[in-house]
Design a protein around this ligand. Structure first.
Ligand code: HT7
Ligand code: ZN
Length: 872
């Protein structure tokens, strides 16, 4: 397989003004007829270029005609994914008839069947599995689509835009519907759905008074689980009108839930297709976290209507243009709907554990990658989450008003265009008058920058100085890095814990780092302050400052920045857990520093704090985060130290945990609102500490919570604690009970699989192996693969990294199997093996040999080949 490079970008030699499609869906095969009005692109320098269409090898070409003239096989050539037609006029109509077999499509790209329905996934390059086309985002066309199918089995026929005609072929029992989308769009935003679906509907009036119908479709058994998604959609539409001045533009907005889906959801114009896991929600079957995920994903896909669809990407290297910006938009939306501080903590936790690890691994790439073999491998945390941080930094540097002006200019100037991240930054530069040329390095340089901060205080001169040094480690293909432009938000705390006034009387100041070494001087500082650095996590960097445990405790209780209060607690816990790991490795008895116990006690006693934030503060850093911070990951030491700390905290603070657990008992009817979610999160965290005591009384408490729960958050919280406990018989019993209660609820059973896959007790691999044969498992369903296989390999370190390498062999076998069925999912499964350099020598050897075995296993998809070959 060949890499393609950003530097080789050329404008398309041809344009497609209109695209007419007719799908005849059949059990044996589907016929796709296309009529494309095409012309040479006046902006292209190549005036004689042949027409080079994309078309997947699985396409069966039945007929090809240019302006009515049928072409014979001598007139064109198929080569890999390309269909070359040599002599074409400057303007012509291309007609094409292809035969495809959606029922055999296990890759879930293009048109495929999910249970009994047809649906599509065209981003990034799936449209070429439907018909021959210029399948690149800078070719935008006006689509008219007719879908024809058996009327009884597929009563609902959907595509993008507005429905304009329908009819039936009565003697054949078939019917058809025609959809027209007036907005030119690239093929990756095309969508089609056909099935026996039920829906809910709601009218919506836009700010300017246009009437829009909102519809959410699902299988009829799930009709009662759609209200939360609808409410989320309405909130997102209102928010985008208010915060960005963006309105919806078609007469109808549809969401369809499907069970087989490679990712979370897809923003196809006017017809979003969603993984059921991101749309269905009910108190009995859905946890609070999943409710919030539905709200966030519904909003994300809706926001794409402007940041992605109306203004799209010129090429796939620009993916973060739409994804980074849209993640930033959805994060701000969620922050406004729920707790801002909690949302920031969650996003930074994800970034610091998983994105930082990606940035330090063999697949590290810039937010705007310079090359790829398979674009599907670049739907990454770097493009999405770090890309959102880059947009957030622009917001921080410009301030909210100028940022809004910049986004207005960007949307207005580029409406209907396919553009680049440079165009986005240019709009921000123009409205602010700022030069962001150095800032653009965030798009081009991979790796997580390091900040080393030191300080000094001159009492006589009442002068406090912060010295900041930045560096960035080498990443694949980028040995040397230039200094980044970094917004570093800081505050200074006086001895009593109050913020000192800084420039202009503000208590937080954004320092701008642009050089390798810089010093910032603060005058008139009467006493040595404690600095609060990187407030709100103002830049995606790793910051080191020699802070004592006492200073961290001080920041934990006094910092006016809620995020940094949490972060001080995390840093304190990391420091103490590392001490425990050293003790464990040295064979000494582990002893928990009282500083952590005292700090946790103070937080538990403070009833004025938001319970959701209390739960975050009292959550020990995860094994994944501790691994990311390690030069060499000691899986066992991390696990043992964390377990020990948890139990020691539980023993020292059991009275407090119990008191708060009881005080937070549910009152009233379940609602996934911020207040209740906060209470449940802290209550379940208290229960997890109490269960760490390993006492029968606590087991009984957890079982009672499980039995009495009126919602999935409390039931599943108790279930996983019991299932992971040392009480083996009770664990088996509760898992059995849960299965019986929910065996018809696919998404709930996926959680049941995940809980067992993440059980750290010995023997997990054998249980996972057995579950693969369970009726609840289906290797063709990505949600099941993620719940069982991914969770085992990513969230059960002690078992996956067993010294004998059985976990690695298991994963290699699954990847070899999945490579044939679903390359995108197979490729994502590889992640834990790619991190082999972070482990001890014997594990390194075992992981490398698992990777080599995959490479040698036969014909690999581009997806798997790229990741394996770059990792070895
Ligand atoms: N823009 C969507 C990306 C997506 C996707 C990409 C590759 C393969 C399958 C996929 N399904 C969805 C989702 C989003 O970011 O909104
Ligand atoms: Zn997106």
């Amino acid at each position: 397989p060949r890499a393609i490079y950003l530097k080789d970008y050329q404008v398309p030699p041809f344009l497609i003004d209109t695209t007419e499609l007719r799908f005849e869906l059949g059990d044996d095969h589907t016929l796709v007829r296309s009529v494309l009005k095409m012309r040479r692109n006046p902006a292209s320098p190549s005036r004689q270029a042949p027409l080079d269409l994309h078309g997947h090898e699985s396409l069966e070409l039945c007929r090809l005609a240019i302006s009515g003239q049928v072409l014979s096989p001598q007139d064109y050539r198929r080569e890999g994914e390309s269909l070359l037609i040599r002599a074409v006029p400057d303007e012509f109509t291309l007609e094409c008839l292809t035969r495809i077999r959606p029922q055999d499509n296990t890759a879930l790209e293009g048109l495929y069947r999910s249970d009994g329905m047809y649906c599509t996934q065209c981003e990034a390059e799936g449209f070429r599995r439907i018909t021959f086309y210029l399948d690149r985002p800078d070719v935008m066309s006006v689509f008219t689509t007719t879908v024809e199918a058996d009327a009884r089995r597929y009563p609902v026929l959907l595509s993008n835009g507005n429905p304009v005609a329908s009819g039936s072929l009565e003697d054949e029992g078939r019917h058809w519907v025609t959809w027209q989308d007036p907005f030119p769009k690239p093929a990756y935003l095309f969508a089609l759905v056909a099935g026996d679906l039920a829906h809910i509907e709601r009218p919506f009036k836009t700010a300017s008074g246009r009437d829009v119908t909102l519809r959410i479709y699902a299988e009829s058994r799930d009709l009662d689980k759609l209200d939360h998604a609808m409410e989320s959609l309405v909130k997102a539409m209102r928010w985008d009108e208010k915060v960005y001045g963006r309105e919806y533009d078609l007469d109808i907005y549809m969401i369809v839930a499907v069970d087989f889906f490679n990712m979370g959801a897809m923003e196809n114009k006017g017809l979003n297709i969603f993984n059921t896991s991101c749309v269905l929600a009910s108190p009995e079957t859905t946890t609070d976290a999943a409710f919030q995920r539905v709200e966030g994903v519904v909003a994300h896909e809706y926001f794409h209507n402007w940041s992605g669809n109306r203004v799209t990407c010129r090429d796939w290297f620009q993916l973060s243009l739409k994804e980074g910006f849209t993640v930033f938009r959805d994060a701000e939306f969620s922050a406004d709907m729920n707790s801002r501080a909690v949302k920031r903590v969650e996003d930074v936790t994800l970034l610091r554990t998983a994105q930082f690890a990606e940035d330090a691994g063999p697949m590290a790439h810039p937010v705007r990658p310079a090359s790829f073999i398979e674009i599907s491998n670049f739907y990454t945390l770097t493009v999405y989450e770090k890309g959102a941080e880059v947009v957030r930094m622009i917001h921080t540097l410009l301030g909210p008003e100028l940022f809004r002006k910049g986004s207005d200019l960007y949307f207005e100037r580029h409406d209907g265009q396919a553009v680049t991240t440079d165009d986005f930054v240019r709009a921000m530069e123009e409205v602010s008058g700022r030069d962001l040329s150095q800032f653009r390095l965030w798009y081009d340089q991979a790796g997580t920058p390091r900040l080393h901060v030191s300080d000094d205080y001159d009492a006589a001169a009442q002068r406090y100085s912060l010295h900041v040094e930045q560096s960035c480690p080498a990443t694949p293909d980028q040995a040397e890095k230039k200094p980044f432009h970094i917004p570093l938000a800081i505050g200074l705390l006086g001895p009593g814990g109050r913020d000192l006034p800084l420039a202009g009387g503000a208590t937080t100041e954004v320092l701008e780092l642009t050089e390798t070494k810089q010093t910032f001087v603060f005058e008139g500082v009467a006493e040595r302050p404690v600095p609060s650095l990187l407030r709100g996590f103002s830049a995606p960097v790793k910051l080191q400052y020699p802070c004592s445990r006492d200073e961290r405790v001080f920041l934990m209780s006094h910092d006016s920045d809620g995020f940094n209060r949490w972060d001080a607690g995390q840093a304190l816990a990391v420091d103490i857990l590392r001490e425990l790991m050293d003790q464990y490795r040295a064979g000494r008895p582990m002893q928990l520093d009282c500083a952590l116990i005292d700090a946790f006690a103070a937080v538990l006693d403070d009833e004025a704090l938001d319970p959701a934030m209390v739960a975050k503060v009292l959550t020990l850093p995860s094994e994944a985060y501790l691994s990311e911070l390690s030069d060499e990951i000691d899986v066992e030491a991390i696990h043992e130290a964390r377990q020990f700390a948890k139990k020691a905290l539980a023993q020292a603070l059991s009275g407090r945990f119990e008191r708060r657990y009881l005080a937070l008992a549910p009152a009233g009817v379940y609602a996934p609102d911020a207040v209740q979610v906060a209470r449940r999160s802290l209550r379940n965290l208290c229960l997890s500490y109490l269960m760490a005591l390993e006492q029968p009384a606590q087991l009984a408490r957890a079982r009672a919570q499980y039995d009495d729960a009126d919602n999935m958050t409390d039931r599943q919280g108790a279930l996983s604690l019991i299932a992971h406990s040392a009480f083996g018989a009770e664990a088996d019993a509760v898992l059995e009970d849960f299965y019986r209660r929910f065996e018809r609820e696919t998404l709930v059973i996926n959680q049941w699989l995940a809980i067992q896959a993440s059980d750290p007790k010995p023997g997990a691999l054998a249980r996972v192996d057995a579950l693969m044969k369970h009726e609840a498992f289906d290797i063709r369903n990505p949600n099941k693969v993620r719940s069982l296989i991914s969770v085992f390999c990513n969230q059960n370190a002690v078992n996956f990294h067993a010294a004998d390498g059985a976990g690695y062999d298991f994963l290699a076998d699954r990847i070899i199997e999945m490579n044939r069925l679903n390359p995108q999912v197979a490729s994502r499964l590889l992640t834990p093996l790619t991190r082999w350099r972070k482990y001890d020598a014997p594990r390194q050897a075992l992981m490398q040999s698992a990777l080599q075995r995959i490479l040698d296993s036969g014909e690999l998809s581009k997806d798997v080949y790229e990741v394996v070959s770059k990792s070895l």
